[in-house]
Design a protein around this ligand. Structure first.
Ligand SMILES: [Zn+2]
Length: 196
């Protein structure tokens, strides 16, 4: 897997377009509570790890909607291939950096992480999320059964990427991010603290 992907503006644009497609479908379906018209109500996001110049202006916000109907006004936030929950790093980075450092010793892992702009503490948190938090969720227990054979939980996220092809390819990364979109909602179990 090549971490030069993280420096490829067209990769980030591709993810942006996928999120816009998902959001357009959600919007055309109307409010899930009352079928009211949905109005754009993006909320700002701070993104760490990748420069704004590479990501483009779209990454400054999370796509979200508000119901226009008086008395409802509820917010609907589509799932996203760009963000994993409340994390301030892009989801692709959480996947890629963990996969790249999976089989390294703690010292080498920390060194590569630092080169990619991820502190040792953050990287260890991400690893715990893949190893413990994610496998314990009801969503994962149902979703993993759709993959044949189910990914080895001790080897997440690489074992997940290999279900979608050669883990060194953009295709595997995009498919894995699409599979993981339910984890993008802020209600999905994340890690305590901020900037995870
Ligand atoms: Zn509504």
């Amino acid at each position: 897997m090549c971490h030069s992907l993280l420096a490829d503006a067209s990769f980030w644009r591709q993810l942006q377009r996928l999120d816009e497609q998902i959001a357009a479908e959600i919007r055309s379906a109307g409010c899930p509570h009352c079928q009211g018209v949905l109005h754009g109500a993006r909320y700002p996001r701070k993104v760490h790890g990748v420069s704004r110049a590479l990501l483009g202006e779209g990454y400054a916000s999370r796509l979200s909607f508000c119901c226009a109907r008086e008395g409802c006004r509820r917010r609907t936030t589509p799932v996203s291939v760009r963000f994993l929950g409340r994390r301030s790093f892009p989801g692709a980075m959480v996947l890629l950096v963990c996969a790249l450092t999976q089989d390294l010793s703690r010292r080498r892992r920390a060194r590569l992480g630092a080169r990619l702009g991820v502190s040792e503490r953050t990287l260890e948190r991400w690893r715990r999320w893949w190893r413990s938090t994610l496998p314990a969720t009801p969503w994962w227990r149902a979703a993993r059964a759709r993959l044949v054979p189910p990914p080895d939980e001790a080897r997440l996220p690489t074992s997940l990427l290999t279900r979608f092809g050669v883990p060194t390819t953009v295709e595997a990364l995009l498919a894995a991010l699409q599979f993981l979109t339910p984890c993008s909602l802020s209600s999905f179990p994340a890690l305590s603290g901020h900037a995870v």
